[in-house]
Design a protein around this ligand. Structure first.
Ligand SMILES: *Cc1c(COP(=O)(O)O)cnc(C)c1O
Length: 341
């Protein structure tokens, strides 16, 4: 049975072209630096982000935590949005790995007020932790894209105070697609960036951390410390190369499908869609119904549609490469039927 899987864009399975490239990939031992396919992926990733160097890492969480670990000293303070991924969805790793203190800043739907950041940068005092890093996130976990001007303003403040900026760009290419700019325009506003190959771009595993040559050299050693030294990783990098070369162009279509899904769902009585928040491939909505979450999840599953239950009373449907325009119609019709029962 074919399933339509709306739980996340991490569910995107590799394409035929990826499977073939993986099979045929030329590989070496990447810890010795001689896996040609990994080297090519890292070269291309550095070029795309406009950074001197890049490093292939097992996951987005790994890449973010490695960035914190490399930028910061133990006891440093990191400034970041209170609802961002590093705070909410990385298992508290920053306290375990980098040994840093996270200082959450309220956001307006993911947008940080630059003055809120500047006033929290620590001065010199024997009691204070040193501000070691500012983390931004774009696209934001709430499905919205942060305006470039806001990022620029924050980056200017960071540079003035000599504090590095790390960008959690798990969905960097979705953000660039929405803004209709080259990813370079976004990565100009940070010193290091993590982006995912395994979200929406269909690669099976892996993310990239990019930054200066010196930063990536240090990160490479710390990646080893974290148990992330990979051997014949060219098998995975081969799919990553296709993700970057052939899959980014499809994101526009995902975004159109998300908008279409949002518009059609909002026509169903009892459903309230956050239509203005559909910037990328995610649709958030609430349902006014007596049905339990589990009933809806199970009934959708019976029709071949996989969804997660609500978080904070909201449903999130994520569309991606393996969800077509026809699937969108089927999803809407199915949910409508379930709610009418
Ligand atoms: C998914 C995600 C991550 C983590 O990526 P994993 O590969 O799941 O570890 C980090 N940041 C953001 C914004 C994400 O959406």
């Amino acid at each position: 049975m074919r399933f339509i899987d709306l739980r996340s864009d991490t569910v995107t399975k590799p394409t035929e072209a990826m499977r073939k490239a993986m099979y045929e990939a030329e590989v070496g031992d990447d810890v010795y630096g001689d896996d040609p396919t990994v080297n090519e992926l890292e070269r291309l990733a550095a070029e795309i982000t406009g950074k001197e160097a890049a490093l292939f890492v097992p996951s987005g969480t790994f890449g973010n935590q490695l960035a914190l670990f490399t930028h910061c000293q133990r006891g440093n303070e990191v400034l970041l949005g209170e609802d961002c991924h590093i705070i909410a969805h990385e298992v508290g790793a920053a306290s375990v790995i980098a040994g840093v203190q996270l200082r959450p800043i309220p956001t307006n739907k993911g947008v940080l007020d630059p003055s809120d950041i500047e006033k929290r940068i620590r001065g010199v005092d024997i009691h204070f932790p040193d501000t070691g890093l500012i983390c931004l996130e774009n696209a934001y976990s709430n499905g919205r894209v942060i305006p470039l001007d806001n990022m620029k303003e924050i980056y200017t403040i960071a540079q003035k105070h000599n504090i590095p900026v790390h960008l959690d760009g798990a969905r960097l290419f979705n953000a660039a697609t929405y803004l209709n700019v080259s990813p370079l325009e976004i990565t100009k506003c940070c010193d290091s960036v993590m982006f995912a190959l395994s979200k929406a771009l269909c690669a099976p595993v892996g993310s990239i951390l990019a930054g200066s040559k010196n930063f990536i050299e240090k990160a490479r050693k710390k990646r080893k410390l974290m148990g992330g030294g990979l051997r014949q990783a060219g098998i995975l990098a081969a799919a990553g190369l296709i993700a970057l070369k052939d899959m980014v162009g499809n994101l526009k279509n995902d975004h159109l499908n998300a908008l279409c899904l949002g518009e059609e769902l909002s026509k169903i009585p009892g459903i309230k869609v956050r239509i203005d928040d559909i910037h990328i491939n995610m649709v958030f909505f609430s349902i006014d119904t007596k049905l339990e979450d589990n009933t809806i999840v199970n009934k959708m599953m019976e029709k071949g549609i996989k969804i997660n239950g609500t978080e904070n009373n909201e449903w999130r449907f994520v569309v991606h490469y393996w969800v077509s325009r026809e699937d969108v119609d089927f999803i809407v019709a199915t949910l409508k039927d379930i709610l009418n029962m």
